[in-house]
Ligand binder design. Structure first.
Ligand code: ARG
Length: 459
């Protein structure tokens, strides 16, 4: 026949280009372990239900183990004319055990089979993302704990805004990655229903036990609608969406590292492990890992948009378009896992240049808000007036080419006569950050409390 699996009604074979566009074995071989796990659960259930004999089921089980060991050993004979991993595994099983192999596909279709395999694969990737995010959060937490009271400039518009603490900045990322982690946990819980048994689209007339296969494969329950089961790729879209948001966070910190490690900023020293040199400029130490991390979102978001676009026009149920879900998701998952690992390493190994951070924190009139707050608190001035007075003082200092604490008391009093000597207490950066004690604020005491909270949660 034209094709060993479906060739019954065909007379001629496929065009070579048809084979090239149709085959997915080049990439879906990554689903081999999931495919074999699904087939083993299916065969065991068929025997338990009396749909195949237990000796056939035993032959299938042993044959599948042989196939798995061939695949793991790298000596499985993949054949492109068998299109995909599902038919490659089944055809090889037939070569090994003969006739019983043909009974495995009873009450099943490649449509529910691929939906199952892919879902199992994506579920594993959710677990990997959760584990990777926990390691990354711990790396940021260690930085936050060490630098709970190291002062650095906080920015808005990338202009110096107010002094903050290094620990506070690190904890901002812990919050982001914790949200990412919870997104993967949610997605995993929602995808944990088993589509096996939906068959082609309508269910099957065989007395299958879907609860049994669902339980054997670690699912909470079987999916409840066979049409939805074979046409749904929400689980992949959710994984990709969560990955995109996570990669966006990775990219933002990567951007900060690129800026911070520049010789203009010199806020951090990146380890040699995560930088490269230039072949012509001997002084260079380039933050390549950070740059590549910044770019990973491009691929991951690209994959996300690709799968949305593939899915959006498909009438129920399965269409071959859906075969293109896998390469996108594989690439996105690989990029995300690599990105998480690289960022964890970089964050663990980076060194904050504390003196530079502190000098930068004290420049750019970073305590102007503290001065305005002092005028409100000590002189009872309305904040808007205090803002104006402080603005005049900043202008005076800027004209003189000095920072706010370098103005004399007399100079200050020429702008507002009520200003007293103790105003200088609030112009220092350490006092500034210590005063920001509101919940979630940058004060070292608040930072330490948040570090303790996260350490407990991640323990
Ligand atoms: N290789 C296919 C995929 O990845 C498997 C399902 C094919 N089903 C079918 N009826 N052609 O989507």
């Amino acid at each position: 026949p034209a094709n060993a699996m479906w060739g019954g009604r065909f007379e001629g074979g496929n065009d070579a280009i048809m084979q090239a566009i149709n085959a997915s074995i080049g990439f879906d071989r990554r689903l081999a372990a999931q495919d074999i796990a699904g087939s083993r659960a299916h065969a065991a259930m068929l025997a338990a239900q009396g749909i195949v004999t237990s000796s056939d089921a035993e032959a299938i089980r042993e044959g599948l183990l042989t196939v798995l060991s061939e695949i793991e050993g790298g000596n499985f004979p993949y054949r492109v004319e068998l299109e995909d991993i599902h038919m490659n595994v089944e055809a090889r099983l037939k070569e090994i055990i003969g006739e019983p192999a043909g009974r495995l596909h009873t009450g099943r279709s490649r449509n529910d089979q691929v939906a199952l395999d892919f879902r199992l694969w994506v579920r594993d990737q959710c677990d990997a993302a959760i584990t990777g995010l926990e390691a990354l959060m711990k790396a940021f937490l260690a930085q936050a704990e060490a630098g709970a009271d190291w002062v650095m400039p906080g920015f808005t518009h990338l202009q110096t805004a107010q002094p903050v603490t290094w620990g506070h900045h690190m904890l901002a990322y812990v919050e982001m990655f914790a949200r990412d982690r919870s997104r993967f946990i949610d997605a995993r819980a929602r995808m944990n229903e088993c589509p096996l048994g939906a068959a082609a689209l309508a269910g099957t007339s065989f007395p299958i036990d879907r609860d049994a296969t669902a339980a054997a494969l670690g699912f909470d329950r079987p999916t409840a609608n066979s049409l939805d089961s074979v046409s749904d790729r929400d689980f992949a879209l959710e994984f990709l969406s969560a990955s995109s948001i996570c990669a966006m966070h990775l990219s933002r910190f990567a951007e900060e590292l690129v800026i911070w490690s520049s010789s203009q900023f010199r806020f951090v020293k990146l380890s040699d492990k995560w930088t490269t040199g230039s072949s012509i400029m001997p002084q260079k130490k380039n933050p390549d890992a950070a740059e590549l991390l910044r770019s990973k979102l491009g691929r991951i978001l690209g994959a996300t948009v690709a799968l949305f676009t593939i899915m959006k026009g498909l009438a129920l149920t399965y269409s071959k378009d859906m075969q293109e879900d896998k390469e996108q998701t594989f690439d996105a998952a690989d990029s995300l896992m690599l990105g998480l690992a690289a960022m964890t390493g970089m964050v663990s190994d980076m060194e904050a240049l504390r003196d530079n951070l502190k000098t930068a924190a004290a420049s750019g009139f970073s305590t102007a808000t503290d001065l305005a707050d002092w005028l409100v608190r000590e002189l009872g001035m309305p904040f808007r007036d205090a803002h104006h007075v402080t603005g005049s003082l900043v202008a005076m200092a800027e004209k003189a080419g000095i920072d706010l604490p370098d103005l004399t008391l007399e100079q200050m009093q020429s702008v507002h006569e009520g200003i007293r000597k103790d105003v200088f207490d609030v112009l220092g950066v350490d006092n500034s950050v210590r005063s920001r004690m509101s919940y979630g604020g940058t004060a070292p005491e608040q930072v330490r409390a948040q570090v303790a909270r996260w350490q407990e949660q991640l323990a």
